[in-house]
Design a protein around this ligand. Structure first.
Ligand code: 3AM
Length: 190
């Protein structure tokens, strides 16, 4: 079995800029129990698939190929930061996506459609484009979070050219997940 998800990877420049925001967050939240995503692992998840067998892998690849053929290269801007589910109960810290967000949503939507046609159970949570920076075990006090978010720069962190998306394997281990690309799907290659 393989734990799989579809993602858009970030270029090195954008990852570097996002990592600087992460460093600022680390300083502001020093002493809290937080697990930080490593710079090389920063990505934008399009769809989590969970544990899949050989057949699931094959069908995920088919779905990815179908979607990628129909889509053209596009750009999005990484900008803004926040927390899920909200600042008071922060569990996940993220940086967001500014305009245009539609192509990413459309990509996620098309993947969802192709996966469902192949018998994958529907994703119950709506897609929200974000790049996870950290997972928080115990939410810090609301004032700490508010200060943190207010202190963050709100300028664009990078303009990402999406020429492909990737099916990733995630191997969980105590020191953080290990992500490995299984297959890349170049956009508009059909
Ligand atoms: O990129 P993010 O952090 O949003 O949280 C996991 C990560 O998303 C998410 O899949 C991505 C790669 O691991 N994930 C993990 N388990 C999940 C689950 N059971 C999940 N998403 C939905 N359901």
């Amino acid at each position: 079995m393989m734990r799989l998800f579809f993602a858009v990877l970030l270029d090195e420049h954008t990852r570097g800029r996002v990592a600087l925001v992460q460093e600022a967050m680390k300083r502001a939240l020093a002493g809290q129990r937080i697990s930080w995503v490593k710079q090389e692992n920063l990505h934008l998840t399009l769809r989590f698939l969970g544990e899949q067998d050989e057949k699931g892998l094959r069908q995920a690849i088919e779905a990815g190929q179908t979607v990628a053929r129909e889509r053209q290269t596009f750009r999005f801007v990484v900008q803004g930061a926040g927390a899920f589910p909200d600042l008071r109960r922060a569990r996940v810290l993220w940086v967001g996506v500014e305009e245009p967000v539609e192509p990413l949503y459309y990509l996620a939507h098309q993947l969802e459609k192709e996966l469902r046609q192949r018998g994958f159970p529907p994703e119950d949570k709506p897609f929200r484009s974000h790049i996870t920076l950290a997972r928080i075990k115990e939410p810090p006090p609301a004032q700490v979070m508010q200060k943190l978010i207010e202190s963050l720069p709100n300028e664009p962190l990078g303009s990402v050219e999406v020429r492909s998306f990737v099916l990733m394997q995630s191997v969980l281990n105590p020191n953080g997940s290990l992500y490995t690309p299984v297959q890349e799907f170049p956009l508009g290659a059909g």
